[in-house]
Structures are given as C-alpha cells and as structure tokens.
Design a binder for this molecule. Structure first.
Ligand SMILES: *Cc1c(COP(=O)(O)O)cnc(C)c1O
Length: 229
C-alpha cells in the first residue's frame, strides 16, 4: 500500500510539472483507472483525496461500487466497451460515461438513463477513434460533430462534455512537445459540447498535457501492472 501511495504522489507531481511546463497552463483532472485492481487499492487512493475512478468492465464496476458504497462522493467513470444489454447497469452506477462510440449507443444510453440513472443529465464524452484503427471502437474524427449534434438536439438525458481518445502509440515516447494528432484532438474537442478533452494515459501523460488535455486516465503508473481479470 505504501508503494501505491508513493506512486499516487508521483503521478500527481508529474501532472503538476507537466502543467507548469505547458505553454497554456490548464486544469487537468486525474482519472485513476482501477480496472483489475482491488477495492482496497481504490479506498487507499480515496483516502489520499482521489475521487474520480475509471472502470472498463460493467460487472467489475458494479461489484466495486457495492463494496465501496460508504464512499458517497466517489465518482465512477465508465471508460470501457459499451454493450447494449448492459446500459441499465452502467447508468445506475456510473457518474459519467467517456466511451460513447456510436449514435445507436447514444440513443440506448439516453433511454436507459431516463429510467435508471440516479441523476440527469448523464455526463458523456464521445469516444473518438483518432487513428481510424479498425481494431478500436469509436467515431472517426470526421464524424464526431454529426454525433455531437444528435446528442445535443435530441437526447436531453445526456450532457455532452467533449471527447475521449485513445490515439495510436507514440513513435517516440521521449518527445516532449505535443504530437500533431493530439493538437487536432484538442481543436476538435473545442467544438464538442462543453469542450472537455480526455486524452493521455501512463505512457503519454506529458505529451497530452502539452497538447492541452483536461483529463488524463492513468492506470499502470498508479496501480502497477494490471492483474488478469
Ligand atoms: C486501461 C485504460 C487506461 C489506462 O491505461 P494505462 O496505460 O494503464 O495508464 C486509460 N484509458 C482507457 C480507456 C483504458 O481502457
């Protein structure tokens, strides 16, 4: 647990340092990605002040939420693959959904939220498949604004925050300036909903902050290697 606390302090310090180094300092939210890690680790970070946690698997999120139900202001952010038959379970527990990747899912999520969400509207990010990779879910960059319009005009149960992206791995992990694709994502996010950009993981935190991200999603650098789930 001491290792976990030290890694948490290190990640918070790394974010602060990268924000100071960025041309346009910004507020960067830390989403602690806790998939495959036990509820006890989440509780430890909560006690250090962390409130936002990211989960990828519905059943795992639901189980951890039950185990940690005494932590009333902890926020579960769903960042995993959405399945249409799990919508109700997602919106009952998640305070926000960052992985909304199609119009069909947007409509189904809005319907489920209307019936099952404890609070409306439900904050969502559009998941962008920034590298147009066939193996990844999400909307191509060219189609993001069309989906944003559908959500804003037709789905009042959803509050559109912005976009979330998992770009292809960087060619040079040591580069410190913002990659061109990251700057394009920043510009795209500015046109979507409240303009929030969720970009940056353990391996590209500095570059994402240099590009002006608002939210980094950090798993490995906090919790260590993932356990097999
Ligand atoms: C697992 C995951 C992360 C965390 O990745 P790390 O490289 O472990 O920091 C971030 N975002 C999403 C969507 C994930 O699935």
């Amino acid at each position: 647990m001491d290792d976990l606390k030290n890694r948490y302090r290190q990640v918070v310090a790394d974010i602060e340092a990268a924000v100071c180094a960025a041309n346009a300092p910004q507020h960067v939210r830390l989403l602690a990605v806790s998939k495959t890690h036990p509820a006890a680790s989440i509780r430890t970070l909560y006690e250090l002040g962390q409130r936002d946690f990211g989960e990828n698997y519905v059943q795992e999120m639901v189980a951890k939420a039950a185990e940690l139900s005494d932590l009333a202001d902890l926020r579960w952010n769903f960042i995993g693959r959405i399945q249409s038959n799990k919508m109700a379970a997602i919106v009952r527990v998640a305070a926000a959904v960052q992985s909304l990747g199609s119009e069909r899912h947007a409509r189904l999520l809005a319907q489920a939220a209307k019936v099952h969400a404890p609070r409306l509207p439900l904050p969502v990010h559009i998941l962008v498949n920034a590298g147009d990779e066939s193996t990844k879910d999400g909307v191509g960059m060219a189609d993001v604004l069309a989906l944003a319009h559908v959500i804003e005009r037709e789905l009042p149960e959803l509050a559109l925050c912005g976009i979330m992206a998992i770009p292809p791995p960087l060619m040079d992990a040591n580069q410190t300036d913002a990659p061109e694709l990251y700057l394009q994502l920043r510009a795209l996010a500015d046109q979507v909903g409240a303009g929030d950009l969720s970009l940056g993981m353990s391996g590209d935190l500095r570059q994402a902050i240099a590009a002006g991200t608002n939210c980094v999603r950090i798993g490995t650098a906090l919790f260590g290697p993932r356990r097999n789930s």
